[in-house]
Design a protein around this ligand. Structure first.
Ligand SMILES: NC(=O)c1ccc[n+]([C@@H]2O[C@H](COP(=O)([O-])OP(=O)(O)OC[C@H]3O[C@@H](n4cnc5c(N)ncnc54)[C@H](OP(=O)(O)O)[C@@H]3O)[C@@H](O)[C@H]2O)c1
Length: 323
């Protein structure tokens, strides 16, 4: 089968279109004929092997342990292992492979059945493939870490990004009043996602709003988290989703102490793939509450271009890979 693989860490040029053996499912796995995959910030961090912490988390200190990247996929079950009970050949599924060895940028991949869920019935495979990593991260940031309640005011920073574009819509679906912050030229798309208000990153209300927020979801973390404390209500919560390793460590180490002093909560997201959350998103998508914002679709051979576009902030929402 065809796949995009790498034997060393580096820029998109390290990725090559290669022929590799088609995988065979273990007893608890399904073999998926991948129809589409998507690209997220995690993909280019793994491709480059930066920040270094990512090498410790996923193995491969000197060279990649998983030569075929690609976490979020959608496709059709082609075969099932002997112990699989939830799926059968022909089922349309989507999955996050980041805890089962990646491998999504390929014509076929195997995944444990517990990492897989039926695709939303109203999406193309390209659109469905954009959901598993970014959608689940947004859901877990808002619902689990942020403990969002209906009627609360939320600020989503990076609202035109992969996680952010889902966060805006999920927050609306959970009954929040949503402000999205993004680059000025992407504002119209964020408005179309249903944000009640859109501001650009330079707007003074980003850190000093007329009315403070109950929850801030920060997918970019290009400013110090402490800058946002005045923008939170007493008892409000800031959730760091993205950002550099040093920003994350600062928030993890200093956040609880500083937050307590100022009666605010500073938290960090560690997203985990969960079948139940894929099912929760499927329900929101089928109810028309969430629609993936797909910018462009690239063929498998152009995965390097897709990653380049994402790294250079040329993407609004998500990019898909058609396989
Ligand atoms: N903690 C976790 O478990 C977890 C889970 C998923 C993702 N993440 C992290 O979350 C981050 C976002 O992921 P993603 O896939 O949504 O990435 P993405 O699609 O590339 O979106 C990133 C967003 O950040 C904004 N941004 C980036 N650099 C910026 C800067 N210097 N100044 C202002 N805004 C900036 C961009 O704004 P514009 O589009 O407006 O230009 C873009 O909307 C990444 O760092 C990723 O590694 C963490």
């Amino acid at each position: 089968m065809k796949a995009i693989a790498q034997t060393e860490y580096g820029a998109p040029e390290v990725l090559e279109l290669v022929e590799v053996a088609k995988p065979t499912p273990e007893a608890n796995e399904v073999l998926i004929k991948v129809q589409s995959a998507s690209v997220d910030a995690g993909v280019w961090h793994l491709m480059r092997g930066t920040p270094f912490l990512i090498r410790l988390m996923y193995g491969g200190l000197r060279r990649p342990k998983h030569p075929i990247l690609g976490s979020a996929i959608a496709g059709e079950v082609e075969a099932v292992g002997t112990n699989v009970t939830q799926f059968q050949p022909g089922d349309r599924v989507f999955s996050d492979l980041s805890e089962s060895g990646f491998g999504g940028f390929a014509e076929y991949v195997c995944a444990p059945e517990t990492a897989v869920a039926p695709q939303p019935t109203n999406l193309t495979a390209e659109a469905a493939a954009t959901v598993p990593v970014s959608g689940v991260s947004a859901l877990q940031a808002l619902r689990d870490v942020g403990q969002l309640q209906a009627g609360q005011r939320v600020l989503v920073i990076g609202a035109a990004g992969g996680v952010g574009s889902f966060a805006v819509q999920i927050a609306k679906a959970l009954g929040a009043e949503v402000t999205g912050a993004c680059s000025a030229h992407k504002a119209e798309r964020v408005q179309q996602l249903g944000a009640d208000r859109v501001i650009d990153y330079t707007h003074p209300e980003l850190t000093q709003p007329a009315q403070p927020y109950d929850l801030i979801i920060d997918t970019a973390a290009y400013r110090n988290f402490a800058d946002y404390l005045p923008a939170l209500k007493a008892g409000g919560t800031y959730v760091m989703v993205g950002g550099s390793t040093s920003a994350f460590f600062r928030a993890m180490l200093l956040g609880p102490w500083l937050g307590k002093r100022r009666d605010r909560q500073i938290k960090c997201l560690t997203a985990t793939p969960k079948q139940a959350d894929l099912l929760a998103l499927k329900a929101m998508i089928e109810a028309g509450q969430v629609t993936p914002l797909c910018d462009r679709t690239y063929p498998l051979s152009q995965v390097p271009d897709a990653i380049r576009a994402l790294e250079q902030r040329q993407v609004t929402g998500k990019v898909a890979i058609a396989i």
